[in-house]
Design a binder for this molecule. Structure first.
Ligand SMILES: [Zn+2]
Length: 136
C-alpha cells in the first residue's frame, strides 16, 4: 500500500538521522574520555561512563565533567528516541500528532512539536510571562 510505503521510508530516514546523531555523540564522548568504546561497550555505555568514577577518566576539570554529562544525557535521549521510533511515536508532534518534517529533526533531533504548534506554544508562554510581569 502506498501509505505504508511512505511511512516506512520516513521511518528509515529517521533511523538514519538518529544513527548519525548517535555516531556524533559517541565520537565526542570517545574523544573526551580519550579512548575508543568497542561495540560491546557501546551497547552498555552506562558501564563505560560510570559517572561516579570520575578519577579514572582523567578529565581536566568540572567544566569537562559537565560537558561529558551533557553528552551522556544526549546519548540517553537518542536511545530513548530509538525506542520511540520502534513504537512509531518518534518525530510526531506531541501537541497535534503531525509528522515533524525531517529537515527540522535534522537540525533538532529531539524536537517535540511541529513549527506551527511550537509557535502557538511560545505565543501562549509569552502572554503568560507578560501577565506574570504585570501581576507582580
Ligand atoms: Zn503540531
Amino acid at each position: 500500500m502506498n501509505e505504508t510505503k511512505t511511512t516506512s521510508a520516513r521511518t528509515e530516514a529517521l533511523r538514519t538521522l538518529l544513527h548519525g546523531a548517535r555516531e556524533r555523540v559517541v565520537r565526542d564522548i570517545e574523544a573526551q574520555i580519550g579512548r575508543r568504546l568497542d561495540e560491546t561497550t557501546r551497547g552498555r555505555i552506562d558501564a563505560a561512563l560510570d559517572l561516579e568514577d570520575r578519577a579514572s577518566m582523567d578529565l581536566e576539570d568540572d567544566t569537562d565533567f559537565a560537558l561529558l554529562e551533557i553528552r551522556y544525557k544526549t546519548y540517553k535521549d537518542i536511545a530513548e528516541a530509538f525506542r520511540r521510533l520502534e513504537s512509531g511515536t518518534y518525530g510526531l508532534c506531541e501537541r497535534c500528532g503531525a509528522d515533524i518534517p525531517i529537515a527540522r529533526l535534522e537540525a533538532e533531533s529531539f524536537a517535540r512539536f511541529c513549527v506551527p504548534c511550537l509557535t502557538a506554544i511560545e505565543a501562549v508562554e509569552r502572554v503568560e510571562r507578560e501577565e506574570k510581569r504585570f501581576a507582580s
